[in-house]
Write a protein that binds this ligand. Structure first.
Ligand SMILES: CC(C)(COP(=O)(O)OP(=O)(O)OC[C@H]1O[C@@H](n2cnc3c(N)ncnc32)[C@H](O)[C@@H]1OP(=O)(O)O)[C@@H](O)C(=O)NCCC(=O)NCCS
Length: 326
């Protein structure tokens, strides 16, 4: 079964509630109407009802049956303000909370935190930091994960080839500990998408072929990750060819259970990760699905501002699957 058919079948009819704070965007509305009518999830739109309905009408979308919540008229606003102040532990006063929760991303994220929704999809008109910061501050990372990170599922040729690339979206310069956590979380993400995780921590060196502090970091991260998650096959440091091509692996890391057959590629820092996935996408004709934010207590997904309706639709399906996994 193709990846998305399988992901859809898992969530169909499960009534997972996903918040869309950008309810006046045509791409969001188009995707939400399809998701609702395909019975894949229960969407919650955020915004002024009249304004949202006007935009929907302009574009020919029928929102009958879909919830629209307005931060300015929400009847449990006081309760939400109180929960936010409590969660921010001295970092926001009641007055600041009242103001901040008018922001659709903060409001939507609080709905997820307060269990009134199962996940959130935003970022079609907001920047990564505007979308992700409320999640980092409110939903926070799971125990044992200090930083969230962003993975891409890379697909090519009717889903025959499937890989995970990470971190391609969040942490500019992870230390060895954070890199190890990214590796372990990426293995979990791979499993969720039906990929057998064989995790390679990438470098410009394979097994000591080059010496530098950057390489030391990757080697140390590999050691920590192997210790953290002995249930996964994790190896490093490996160059991309040693990780991917079995004939090169035989020369550069002959005893490795990962080299030559890696399915999860962990980049040493954000520049290489972000560049790497875009090269595979643009030169290698891979479809890049993500970023999938890993390690949060509940799922929040950040769309690219260049997204089309289909991206919103797919991202919401992934987010609902993450919610189901939780
Ligand atoms: C993710 C990002 C937006 C967070 O930035 P920020 O809001 O300035 O981060 P701050 O340092 O101010 O931290 C805000 C809060 O989030 C937490 N936080 C920051 N980064 C985090 C991470 N990766 N994981 C978990 N929590 C994180 C901080 O601990 C802090 O929590 P607190 O307020 O409870 O103390 C930032 O790392 C970023 O912009 N990364 C690059 C994103 C990008 O441009 N990607 C391009 C490709 S898509």
């Amino acid at each position: 079964m193709e990846l998305f058919d399988s992901l859809k079948s898992k969530i169909k009819g499960k009534d997972l509630r996903i918040v869309f704070p950008e309810a006046k965007d045509e791409r969001i509305l188009g995707a939400v109407v399809r998701l609702y009518h395909d019975d894949l999830l229960t969407p919650i739109l955020i915004g002024d009802k009249d304004e949202v309905l006007t935009v929907a009408k302009e574009h020919g979308f029928d929102l009958t049956g879909i919830d629209i919540m307005n931060p300015n008229t929400y009847d449990k606003y006081d309760e939400m303000v109180e929960a936010f102040v409590e969660r921010r532990k001295g970092k926001a006063t009641e007055e600041q909370a009242r103001e901040q929760l008018r922001d659709v991303n903060y409001f939507g994220t609080m709905l997820v935190y307060m269990d009134k929704a199962d996940g959130l999809v935003s970022g079609a008109i907001h920047s990564t930091s505007e979308t992700v910061r409320p999640a980092l501050q409110i939903i926070k990372t799971r125990p044992g994960v200090s930083r969230t990170s962003g993975a891409f599922i890379m697909l090519r040729g009717r889903d025959q080839e499937k890989y995970v690339f990470s971190d391609c979206a969040i942490n500019p310069n992870p230390d060895a500990q954070v890199l190890a956590e990214i590796a372990v979380e990426s293995a979990r993400t791979a499993k969720m998408f039906g990929i057998d995780p064989k995790v390679a921590l990438l470098s410009f060196s394979s097994r000591g072929s080059a010496q530098s502090p950057e390489v030391d970091k990757v080697r140390e991260a590999t050691r920590i990750a192997q210790e953290m998650a002995p249930e996964f096959e994790i190896d490093g440091e490996l160059q991309f060819d040693a990780a991917f091509v079995s004939s090169v692996a035989k020369q550069k890391a002959p005893d490795s259970k990962v080299a030559g057959q890696a399915t999860v590629f962990v980049f040493p820092e954000l520049q290489s990760g972000n560049i790497g996935y875009k090269i595979a996408q643009r030169l290698g004709n891979f479809e890049a699905v993500g970023p999938i934010l890993q390690g949060l207590n509940k799922p929040v997904s950040d769309l690219s501002r260049g997204s089309i309706e289909e991206d919103v639709y797919k991202t919401a399906i992934i987010t609902a699957n993450q919610a189901l996994q939780n």
